[in-house]
Ligand binder design. Structure first.
Ligand SMILES: [Ca+2]
Length: 439
């Protein structure tokens, strides 16, 4: 009996050895190499934020999760589908930031745990890993609405978990969340400076960089937000909010510059509008040239908000004359002032496209007193009476002395052409003028 079981044990052992040898041979043949080990994370501390009272946030952070490598498959299969979430919360300091002797575990299913975990939005919150793959996770941390009795410092651990895959959760990436009482000592709002667009500047039609610097004076609570909005002089554009990216991420400590960056895109600055005669701007759909005001303000972490700071700027076309001739050959009634010009949006912030704008108005102006002697508007008729846009494309119009003045021709006099277009508010604004000439 004893001998028989010994033989059986030997057989089992032999079978195991043969089995292992088989697996080893398979591995040697390159069929299956296993990636083993837990997920790993970089950085170990994804970020930290301090919220004072119920103001401020959200704060951004990110970290990267790496699946184990070293093989073509996990022990359990080719992929490891994982959820990515808050995995644990520990309270490590009291409401004044004094470290606790023993960190306190906050269960995820407790009221406090639900509040804190709920303040963390992870993108993505799931991923299917293959061996050696990784994924970058964006974290947005809002100010969790905890009661004052729960103020303190919390270490929140985020992990990937793939049950049954044989890949361990690993140590995770951490975020330090400091929840403190609102201080009543900071009553000074941040300072705000608009860097771009500069006050009085005239950017060419196209996306316009918006840049704002805010700084909360020390001993302040730091810059929590910067806001910007744009309005046109005639209110066709009213309080258009410009989304800003703030660097470094708020709350930006007192005394440190917070830089808000965004873009204002006036109508027609990009895209198809105005780029063909079919899509031409007209009086009912004018382009985005015109007079605008950018208004910016910033708030600190306890909600002190600066008075608005403004910058006024004029968005214009890029206009180039390709012809500006005052022709005095033949009889005076046939003397002709001839103009051709191109109208484009910015070639640096946009594509430099030719802009078709039927609100074009060319005024022939006597230079001595700015008296308008003739006005031509867009039309497909005679070039002596209309501003045409030909297929070049180019804008063109001619003023013939005998047509402008009739039978009684003045002596040769100096004139210039003024080019006017309707702006975003429907207001006719001068965009360019020719060199003066005499006919
Ligand atoms: Ca302040």
């Amino acid at each position: 009996m004893k001998k028989k079981s010994l033989i059986m044990a030997t057989c089992v052992a032999l079978a195991l050895v043969l089995g292992l040898a088989g697996a080893a041979m398979a591995a040697k043949g390159g069929q299956t190499k296993y990636a083993t080990g837990p997920f790993s994370y970089d950085p170990a501390l994804a970020g930290e934020a301090m919220f004072l009272g119920n103001v401020g946030g959200p704060v951004s952070a990110n970290f990267t999760i790496y699946a184990p490598s070293g093989g073509t498959s996990f022990p359990s299969g080719d992929t490891a589908p994982a959820s990515i979430r808050v995995f644990g919360i520990e309270k490590v300091a009291d409401a004044d930031g004094n470290p606790l002797l023993t960190p306190e575990d906050i269960p995820l299913d407790s009221a406090l745990g639900i509040l804190i975990a709920g303040a963390f939005a992870l993108t993505p919150n799931s991923n299917t890993f293959i061996p050696g793959s990784f994924i970058r996770v964006s974290v947005s941390v809002a100010n969790p609405p905890v009661s004052a009795s729960e103020y303190g410092d919390y270490i929140v651990t985020m992990k990937a978990q793939s049950p049954g895959s044989g890949v361990g959760v690993g140590s995770g990436s951490r975020f330090k969340l400091s929840l403190r009482a609102a201080t009543q000592t900071d009553t000074t709002p941040p300072t705000v400076v608009i860097n771009s667009p500069a006050d009085g500047s005239s950017p060419i039609l196209g996306p316009i960089a918006v840049s704002i610097t805010a700084n909360d004076p020390v001993e302040g609570t730091g810059v929590a937000s910067i806001s910007a909005k744009v309005s046109s002089a005639g209110s066709a554009v009213t309080d258009q909010v410009i989304p800003l990216t703030i660097a470094p991420a708020p709350i930006v400590p007192a005394g440190t510059d917070a830089l808000g960056s965004g873009t204002f895109n006036p109508f027609g600055g990009t895209g198809p509008n105005g780029t063909t005669l079919l899509d031409a701007f007209d009086a009912t759909t004018p382009s985005g040239i015109g007079s605008y005001t950018l208004e910016a303000s910033a708030s600190d972490a306890v909600g002190n908000t600066s008075a608005p700071v403004t910058s006024g700027f004029q968005v214009k076309y890029d206009i180039q004359f390709t012809k500006q001739d005052f022709n005095t050959n033949g009889q005076p009634k046939n003397f002709t002032a001839q103009f051709k010009f191109t109208v484009k949006r910015s070639s640096t912030t946009s594509d430099g496209a030719f802009m078709f704008d039927k609100t074009v108005t060319v005024k022939l102006v006597r230079t001595s007193d700015n008296f308008v002697v003739s006005t031509h508007v867009y039309g497909v008729g005679d070039i002596k009476d209309n501003v045409q846009i030909d297929s070049t494309p180019v804008y063109q119009t001619n003023f013939v002395k005998g047509i402008v003045f009739g039978a009684t021709l003045p002596d040769p006099t100096q004139y210039k052409a003024e080019l006017w277009f309707k702006d975003v508010d429907g207001t006719l604004v001068k965009q360019a003028e020719s060199d003066p000439g005499t006919f």
